[in-house]
Design a protein around this ligand. Sequence first.
Ligand SMILES: *[C@@H]1O[C@H](CO)[C@@H](O)[C@H](O)[C@H]1NC(C)=O
Ligand SMILES: *[C@@H]1O[C@H](CO)[C@@H](O)[C@H](O)[C@H]1NC(C)=O
Ligand SMILES: *[C@@H]1O[C@H](CO)[C@@H](O)[C@H](O)[C@H]1NC(C)=O
Length: 416
Amino acid sequence: MVAFFLPLAGLGALVYLVTPISAQVPTVSLLIDSSTRLSAAEALNLNLRSVLSQVSSRKGATFHFGSTYSTPSSAEAAWTSNIFSTFFSAVVAENDCKWYATEPTRGTFTLSACEAVSSLAGAHGATFRGHNTFWHQQLPSWLPGTVTATDLVQNVIPTHVAGVIKGLGTNVSSWDVMNELITDSATTAMNSYQCVQNADRWPTVTADGGSTALETNLQFVYAAFKTALTNAPTTATLVYNDYSTGGSDAKDNCVFKLLADINANASIPYNRLGVGYQSHVGAQAGYFVPKAQLEATFAQLNSLGAKALITEMDMWIQANDTVDQRYQAAIWGDYLDACLYASNCFEFTNWDNRDDTSWITPGNGHGVAMATLFDSNGNPKTVTYELIARLQRYASGVSEMCATALGSSSCTVPST
Ligand SMILES: *[C@@H]1O[C@H](CO)[C@@H](O)[C@H](O)[C@H]1NC(C)=O
Ligand SMILES: *[C@@H]1O[C@H](CO)[C@@H](O)[C@H](O)[C@H]1NC(C)=O
Ligand SMILES: *[C@@H]1O[C@H](CO)[C@@H](O)[C@H](O)[C@H]1NC(C)=O
């Protein structure tokens, strides 16, 4: 069960790049070096909600700082409930809103597990985001099946997207309408259909990795977004979500081309659209997007009127030592600042709450993992304290600071 339900997003090309020897990690300067660091007990009992509401005031709209929920073990139930009452202000279902869970038989919707996560959010005073209405993985057993290209565009996708989005109602900040369509081998010459087709995933082929063509244009994408626009509350952002994005490379170029076609051909106004940057990254140069590039990408979206969201942030480290843990805190802090200081970024979602339940495990090019905000005992880490300090700093109204992941020779954090 565990292996199947893992979100296989984010590995991309990185899975093949196993690093036998730790690459050099820079010495970084952090905000927690100059501000009072909380004890673990204080951090766990800190009610970040008041800080987050000050962050929202400064941003001029609710800032959703969230994480995934999947039913915890009984030993971790109380811890999980506490973390969604005090630390995170937003919840996304890790699996329970995916297609296999919500429409296990064609035309028969079972939304109870997805609705339970939405209710849990409400019961904890947190907001809920929807993930997702279309992905080539974690499908019900009747898909891909023998569904034809036309049936998919005219019936299957509209029925599914409408059923899930209408069923979950108005308490939703955003929906990942489509997830992971674009190839990892993008070139800037590709048009948006080629960006999708070259991924060799269903439904441009009859099954992932197959060679028989199915959808030969992007009508299936437009059908999903049109249905989402019709059925989602007007306050919900309609998101295209993907991994290995946020820099200014060919895959990112594909994202912008796809967004332009969704806007033009499905008539979705840019002010309803968002791009979800999953951000499954690593604390090693080349395995994360530097802050300046993230900010340029978010600004490009803002010039269109579209939103940027960080949707699945986690970060493996190469070794279990102080220098790597500090590097993780610097990079994660840069991602948070990039979102906080962007005028079109209101959602920052971390993926998995604790190292013992993370889908990122040691090895496989993921170093020692340790990729979430809380360790395997549920205690906050260097990165956790740093994020608290960044949120408090933003809430206090001061201007943006330098990019800490560049190392202390280029960025020394101002003392507070
Ligand atoms: C939406 O959330 C608010 C606040 O948590 C709650 O009062 C309301 O009942 C919810 N509405 C629905 C339709 O679930
Ligand atoms: C989508 O719109 C673009 C212009 O943004 C146009 O060039 C393209 O032909 C359209 N494609 C489809 C399938 O409608
Ligand atoms: C990391 O190192 C610390 C200190 O040596 C140790 O207590 C902890 O168990 C280690 N964590 C992991 C996941 O190896």
